[in-house]
Design a protein around this ligand. Structure first.
Ligand code: NGO
Length: 569
């Protein structure tokens, strides 16, 4: 590519670009041939190409002749700003374990060290002249330049800098993911990337109610989100099988309602400090938490703890099965609204982000006006906390409140009630059950997961458009996309990762990349380079047969991503 245009979907293998080693292409014989043809120059080229990044950047211009190599002299210089400094420290922490390089982080005003990596907040330093596209990087955009003398990331916000750093990380060889030092040539491909997201909301959901997951597991999921520029983690905190968040004014919710899960496991719950830890870790990775308290259905665990909330005022037994739609809090009892006010108030107070999710799905026993009336009161309670209400699209018939967001999880594409709610001002997060549900099996023989919404292989997760998916909902009403992971059959971190990867990057690309870059053939090639990254980092993933995973070393002397050392199922 010679001009800074929209990144080309399918590179022509006959162009000069193809001489740059591609992580999953070279065999030993090919390397020898390349070396002979180019007098060894290509062997010094970086193993990653500028247009291998996932999600695909908005604009890029490769400079195939240029490479920047990290050395023992390389330092990170950063604008004097606490948030920018945090991003620079994050970059250093990402790169130090594998490279073994000191990579000191220095203030931008300090003496210019050799071979710098520079992170600049454009508010404090003049932005560089752009050679195409808009210079308006917005709230999350960044510009990344790799030249022979250094790497520069410029952004208007610390979030933009953070995303520039995630891209930078992907431009280094897969060995950079190693937790221990590796001998490799830490080369980045030359060129410029100008990048901004398509949608402001890009998320994933983890159901911690059906099975409880430790704080450490949640933090690791946050890492996966951040890597692919997803900016929201929706936690499904309550359901029939367990209540997972401490509420001081109703303590038995967590201590009694939390002591069960699907099957025979002990369940568990997050203390307020646990939750604060998740919030802080996520926020340092520019991920906003979206807590969900599912109402009025999916509430058996709450009823076990507080039978006064049940329609018959009798405590049901704890529920550890996987049916849905049988439980509900009593919409006719004022005590229920005290409960809703107290719980949502405490969760709102713990949550810095703007969103509060009230569920609303599958309340089959609360119908018509009673359901709508309950939802309208719950929406007002959320508004009184100062948060913006989010709910599954079953909330649609209720009256509009300012900012209301519906989360579409249908498997068809038309729903007049949802379209009508959007006409009345609602925005949409799109999570189609048959494309974005990460608990669906990849294939018939996938050992865990559901198939009620069909099988979702990587292509099915990738080949749809959140902007146009729901009939009569304009793209302008689409806030973004989210990939939910329900955990009825998911019992470990390895299970989570197996279902997340490689589909999460597919959803991330739908949320981030301009539609012009959408190209399955190129996506599967770009995605393939991530297998060795996950293997090297000890991350489980599904070795989907649709993706041409590399079987050979990415550079001579580098450890191959052999099947045996891939923590895959
Ligand atoms: C549905 C249901 C959940 C299930 C999930 C399983 C929604 C919004 N409600 O999605 O309770 O766990 O399917 O795929």
């Amino acid at each position: 590519m010679s001009t800074l245009g929209i990144s080309s979907p399918t590179p022509d293998p006959t162009t000069a670009d193809a001489a740059v080693l591609h992580p999953h292409e070279p065999e030993a014989g090919d390397l020898a041939a390349l070396a002979a043809r180019t007098a060894g120059d290509d062997l010094l080229a970086p193993p990653v190409r500028l247009d291998d990044v996932v999600p695909a950047p908005e604009l890029l211009e490769a400079d195939p002749g240029t490479t920047f190599v990290l050395t023992g002299d390389t330092a990170i210089r950063v604008t004097t700003h606490p948030g920018a400094r945090e991003v620079a420290d994050h970059l250093a922490e990402l790169l130090r374990p594998a490279t073994g390089l000191p990579l000191p982080v220095a203030d931008a005003l300090a003496v210019d060290p050799a071979g710098p990596m520079t992170l600049t907040l454009a508010g404090t330093t003049p932005p560089p002249v752009t050679t195409g596209g808009s210079a308006d990087l917005g709230a999350e955009g960044y510009r990344l330049d790799v030249s022979g003398s250094g790497v520069r990331v410029v952004a208007e916000t610390t979030t933009g800098l953070f995303y520039g750093v995630q891209t930078l990380r992907q431009l280094l060889p897969a060995a950079v993911e190693s937790p221990t030092p590796v001998a490799a040539r830490w080369a980045l491909p030359g060129g410029t990337i100008l990048d901004r997201p398509r949608f402001p909301y890009r998320g994933a959901m983890l159901d911690v109610a059906r099975h409880f997951f430790a704080v450490e597991d949640v933090l690791r999921v946050v890492d996966h989100l951040a890597r692919y520029k997803l900016n929201h983690l929706h936690l499904h905190l309550t359901d029939d099988q367990g209540w997972r968040i401490a509420v001081d004014s109703w303590p038995r919710l967590a201590t009694v309602g939390g002591a069960s899960e699907v099957g025979d496991g002990p369940g568990g719950h997050y203390t307020k400090d646990d939750y604060r830890r998740i919030v802080a870790y996520a926020s340092a990775r520019h991920v906003t938490l979206v807590p969900e308290i599912d109402l009025p259905g999916h509430t058996n665990a709450a009823l076990v703890a507080y039978p006064e909330l049940a329609p018959d005022k009798v405590a049901p037994p704890p529920y550890t099965g996987t049916e849905v739609g049988f439980s509900y809090v009593d919409p006719a009892d004022e005590r229920t609204y005290d409960f809703v006010t107290d719980v949502l108030g405490e969760v709102a107070a713990l949550t810095p982000g703007p969103w509060l999710h009230i569920g609303g799905d599958e309340a089959y026993k609360v119908k018509g006006e009673v359901y709508t009336g309950f939802v309208e009161r719950a929406q007002r309670i959320v508004a009184d906390t100062g948060k913006t209400v989010v709910g599954w699209h079953q909330l649609a018939p209720a009256a509009h409140v300012d900012g209301r967001v519906l989360q579409w999880w249908g498997t068809d594409t038309a729903d007049p009630a949802t379209a009508d709610a959007v006409r009345r001002g609602a925005r949409l997060i799109v999570s189609p059950g048959n494309h974005a549900y990460l608990d669906m099996k990849y294939a018939e023989d996938t050992p865990i997961g559901h198939d009620w919404a069909g099988l979702i292989d990587v292509r099915r997760a990738y080949d749809w458009d959140p902007g146009t998916h729901v009939t009569d909902v304009p793209t302008t009403a689409v806030l973004g996309v989210e990939a939910p992971l329900w955990t009825e059959s998911v019992t470990s971190l390895a299970d989570i990762e197996f279902l997340l990867l490689p589909r999460l990057p597919a959803i991330a690309e739908l949320g981030w990349s301009p539609r012009t870059t959408h190209d399955w053939a190129r996506f599967r090639e770009r995605l393939a380079g991530h297998g060795p990254r996950w293997s090297t980092a000890g991350i489980t993933f599904h070795r989907s047969p649709e993706v041409p995973w590399p079987a050979t070393p990415t550079i001579p002397g580098q450890r191959p991503a052999a099947k045996s050392d891939t923590a895959e199922r």
